[in-house]
Design a protein around this ligand. Structure first.
Ligand code: DLL
Length: 439
């Protein structure tokens, strides 16, 4: 495989990427103190939390004092729906986004004018780290709308000086046509939707290895090293990982550097990371896996303290950007954990297995049922186009065997024909939970 050459030019770094570690820590403390003060003075939810714990903004004297602060959960945001978490008058909020979630009310987030500019500059930094440059044509297939993906990346790419193609999600054939005609160098899309685009390109008689695309910035859902290898091979382009969440801003909280592809640098000048044990809420030992907890350091409209992301990862020392710590690729979410007869299973583990087996497409879904009060996992996979149905039983057995030997659990496996697994144009739905938990 010969991937396009990358250049990592430090002359393109912004100021914060050049700060010494001491300077970074000093700025973080200053910004944390200002954030805490703003939440205390302007957000009744936080004021009440501070009073309940008997703490005051003046108690935050070092970065370690962050542990005195309350966590924020998705439930807190729902309880303050729609605008009660804002720390500025509503009139100063120039945009809102919302995430629907799977249950209950949406959570709403807001941005001041300055927040939008800060966000654009952070995403521009991500794009540079991914290898994008001013002047590149940038194709955006993240959804536009209440979801932060499309508009977040759009403003960042414009800020960097790219020519942006706001394709949004869906209408796959048209996307392929646009890529063919406009010749973008960089694409922003969920990895699962990109796979559907590759299938479509092949169906249209185009070779995905021959497109103009050199760089992909993939995120909004977990994806594995096996998926990276699959995409890089099939499309002959660099696949980098971008992480973010609406509650903290949107895409761009962390980004992988193209020259190392060794995890995502967390932009610590804007977001302060911790990793905690989700059961005890205590910090994990350095380098251990746990739940990522993030505090915003520069947000005006909706500052957020110690947000429980539910994402599982570990913190690693910086490499391509030495002062910023990295987060390892996300292995799953605390709420994606499937406990099947006592064994912990995450969809990313299934993804690795599926991608390892010849004769399967990379599309899959995990269906949970509960016959006789026992959880049962059925893995739906899809045979490669043109494969004979007579081979499906053997494929199913191969998957079943790998799941048993590598993860340690029994699963039923169904091999479907071409197109049998639903394609999503945004985040893939990996788990279909059909359990009746009342029984
Ligand atoms: O997904 C923001 C985003 C858009 C990120 C485009 C990257 C690219 P939410 O809809 O609020 O925001 O969902 C946030 O998605 O807590 C993770 O569980 C998951 N997620 C986001 N990026 C990644 C990633 C956007 N690179 C939730 N790897 C997060 C794994 C990711 N999971």
């Amino acid at each position: 495989m010969t991937l396009p050459p990358t250049d990592s030019r430090p002359d393109l770094f912004d100021d914060a990427e050049r700060w010494s570690l001491d300077e970074l820590r000093a700025r973080q403390l200053e910004r944390l103190q200002a954030t805490v003060r703003s939440t205390y003075e302007h957000v009744p939810h936080y004021r009440a939390q501070f009073e309940q714990r008997g703490i005051h903004p003046d108690d935050i004297r070092t970065l370690d004092d962050i542990r005195l602060l309350p966590f924020t959960t998705k439930a807190d945001l729902r309880d303050n729906y729609p605008f009660d978490m804002f720390a500025v008058p509503r009139e100063q909020v120039v945009r809102v986004h919302a995430s629907s979630g799977t249950t209950g009310r949406a959570t709403v987030v807001g941005y001041t004018k300055a927040d939008i500019t800060t966000w654009a500059s952070i995403v521009a930094r991500c794009i540079r780290a991914a290898g994008g440059r001013p002047g590149d044509i940038a194709h955006v297939s993240y959804g536009y709308g209440l979801f932060t993906g499309g508009l977040g990346v759009h403003y960042g790419a414009e800020h960097l000086g790219c020519t942006v193609v706001p394709a949004s999600g869906g209408n796959t054939e048209k996307q392929i046509q646009l890529i063919h005609d406009f010749r973008p160098r960089i694409i922003f899309v969920t990895p699962s939707y990109f796979l559907a685009m590759l299938d479509e390109a092949e169906r249209m008689g185009l070779d995905p290895r021959q497109t103009s695309l050199e760089i992909g910035v993939f995120g909004a859902e977990p994806w594995t090293e096996a998926m990276r290898a699959e995409i890089q091979e099939r499309a002959n382009m660099h696949a980098t990982d971008i992480f973010g969440l609406s509650e903290l801003m949107g895409p761009g909280v962390a980004q992988e550097c193209v020259e190392t592809k060794d995890g995502l640098h967390l932009w610590e000048d804007h977001f302060y990371p911790e990793v905690v044990n989700p059961l005890t809420d205590e910090p994990v030992e350095e380098g251990q896996v746990g739940e990522l907890v993030l505090t915003s350091l520069t947000k005006e409209a909706m500052p957020i303290l110690r947000y429980r992301t539910r994402d599982l990862t570990q913190l690693l020392p910086g490499t391509a950007r030495p002062t910023f710590r990295r987060m390892a690729k996300i292995t799953g979410r605390t709420d994606d954990l499937m406990i099947v007869r006592g064994v912990n299973v995450y969809p990313t583990q299934i993804e690795e297995i599926v991608l390892d087996i010849d004769g399967l497409t990379p599309h899959f879904q995990c269906v949970l049922t509960r016959p006789d009060r026992m959880d049962e996992l059925t893995i739906l996979v899809e045979a490669a186009p043109g494969s004979a149905e007579s081979g499906h039983a053997a494929l199913a057995e191969t998957v079943r065997h790998h799941v048993k030997s590598r993860i340690g659990t029994n699963a039923r496996v169904e091999v479907l024909g071409e197109g049998g697994i639903e394609r999503s144009v945004g985040k893939a739905r990996r788990i279909v939970d059909q359990r009746d938990l009342r029984g």
